[in-house]
Every structure is written in C-alpha cells, then in structure tokens.
Design a protein around this ligand. Structure first.
Ligand code: ZN
Ligand code: ZN
Length: 299
C-alpha cells in the first residue's frame, strides 16, 4: 500500500514524475484540482488501498488533512532551480520575461497554502535535468525514500530507538545510544554514554577529559564516561548477553569491543563510523574468525 502526494513549484516536473512512477511502478495518478469532490475521491483512494496512487496538484491544507488520514500517505517535495523551471515554462507555454515568471512563482508560493503544505514534505527530490533518462535513473536511486515501507524493518526500528536513547547522553564530547536485544526481538537493555551515577554529569563538569579538546581516542582510558555499549551489558549478566544483538549509533571503541566480546554478544549493528581505527582492526580480525557479526546500518 502506498499513497504519495507530490508538491512542487511551477514546472518543477510533477507531471513527468507522475508518469515515470506510473511507467516504472504502476502508480495510478489522481489530480487534486479544485473541481474534484474531495471526500468522494479520498474514499475511492482509501478503498483501493492496494493500488499504488500518486496525487498531484494538491493546493490546500484541507486536501492534505484528508489525505493524511491514512498513515501510509506521505508527501514529496519536487524542486528544480528557478531558471530551469522558467525555461521549461517558456517551452510549454509562451515566452515571458523571467521577472514575470518569478512573480507567478511567488504568487503560487505566498498567496496559496504552498509553504504551509511544503512543511509536511518528508522527502526532497531535485529535478534539475531536462534529460528524462537521467531523471529516471535518479528516481530509481531515490526509490527507498519515495516508496516507503508501511513499517520499518527490525534494524531500522531498533536503530531509531538507539537514536532516541542517545538523546539522554550527558557526555559533552559525543552522544551515543545503544540497545541490546535478544533473539526474540525483545529489548533487554538500553544505555547512553555519560558519567557513572554517583558522579556529576559530564555536561556539568564530571569528566576532566571531556572538557579538553583533544581527540578522544588518544585519551580514552582517562575518560570517566561510561559508554553506551558498556552500559547495555552492565545492566545484565552473561546469561542474558550471550547471543544477543547490539544496536549502537557509533562503532564501538576498543574498550567496548573487548567487553562485548566477553559478554558474547554475537551481532553488532552500528551506524556512524567514528574515529576508531584500532577497534576497526580488532573487529575485522574477529570477523575473520567468525566470532562476531558486524554490520553497518544504512539509513
Ligand atoms: Zn563525557
Ligand atoms: Zn566504547
């Protein structure tokens, strides 16, 4: 199920976008012009929930409000440079002065709900080429953003939780979040980095190392902050950490790699690479011996 709305300035290429989506992925196109019966059209779209639909010419907040009643609807912003859009406009209609085109464009943007609607766009696409093949290839590359899955897969789900956990970090040098899950996809523990409970928080001056501006991997052993990955396994014992998966927003440092290995965590999913050359080498050696699976999370 997929309902996509497309929003864009004059001659940004909405029609071409719709026809390529129809051709490549079988989307039906619905025009939301002022003439339609909004509720009736929306009901038809909802009832045909299995037909991928793309809606263009959305111009009012009311139209958007009705479409957003379905949680699988999302709005895409299609953009192109003003001068490219101006050239397209002249080719399609009549040649006008560039300043007259800007006036038309501003009218659409500022007189209607356009800017308000644009705030709802979750995906930004650029159509700055006049070569259809080039645009088609660009759309193919962007497809995971354009056609969003109904719900996130497990890796996305847990990594997003790790990023939420990270927000509670009190370390002023770097924020990291981690989530440890068992084989039944149940969360065993969550943790973020920061000083131990009994100490002042790092951001309140609790760690002398984090106050300095030196590169963290050179002085890591002096740092008072407990790392997110460490925190996750400290909450539990080996009986619970064995054969688990750790989601961490940052590639683990050597310190944490050792602890994770000892805790017999069997899979690590990380997002940001960080600056840990040494731990990367250690982990690569471990992978060689099939001791731990490590995967980069691509978002
Ligand atoms: Zn710190
Ligand atoms: Zn660490």
């Amino acid at each position: 199920m997929s309902i996509i709305g497309v929003l864009g300035g004059i001659c940004s290429g909405k029609t071409l976008f719709c026809s390529l989506m129809k051709e490549m992925y079988g989307y039906q196109i619905v025009y939301f012009d002022q003439e339609i019966d909004l509720n009736k059209t929306a009901m038809q779209i909802y009832n045909n929930w299995n037909t991928p639909t793309i809606i263009t010419a959305i111009t009012t907040k009311e139209q958007l409000r009705v479409l957003k009643k379905r949680n699988y609807f999302h709005l895409i912003y299609l953009d192109a440079p003003s001068f490219t859009r101006y050239r397209r406009y002249c080719e399609k209609n009549e040649t006008i002065k560039f300043e007259d085109f800007v006036r038309l464009d501003d009218k659409q943007k500022y007189d209607l709900d356009f800017l308000e609607l644009a705030k709802n766009c979750k995906v930004y696409l650029k159509n700055n080429t006049n070569a259809i093949e080039e645009f088609r290839n660009y759309l193919k590359q962007q497809m995971s953003k354009i056609i969003r899955p109904f719900r996130p897969d497990w890796d996305v789900y847990f990594m997003k939780i790790a990023y939420t956990v990270k927000q509670r970090s009190n370390c002023m040098k770097k924020s990291v979040g981690a989530v440890l899950i068992n084989n039944n996809k149940r969360i065993l523990s969550t943790s973020y980095n920061g000083t131990p409970k009994v100490m002042k928080n790092c951001n309140e001056g609790g760690c002398d190392v984090c106050k300095e501006s030196k590169t963290l991997d050179l002085i890591l052993y002096k740092c008072m902050c407990i790392h997110a990955e460490e925190g996750c396994i400290l909450e539990l014992g080996i009986t619970q950490t064995r054969n688990t998966t750790l989601y961490t927003t940052l590639f683990p440092c050597v310190w944490c790699c050792k602890a994770l290995l000892q805790a017999e965590v069997s899979r690590i999913v990380y997002c940001e690479q960080g600056n840990w050359d040494l731990s990367l080498k250690i982990i690569q050696n471990l992978i060689k011996y099939d001791q731990i699976d490590i995967e980069k999370y691509i978002y």
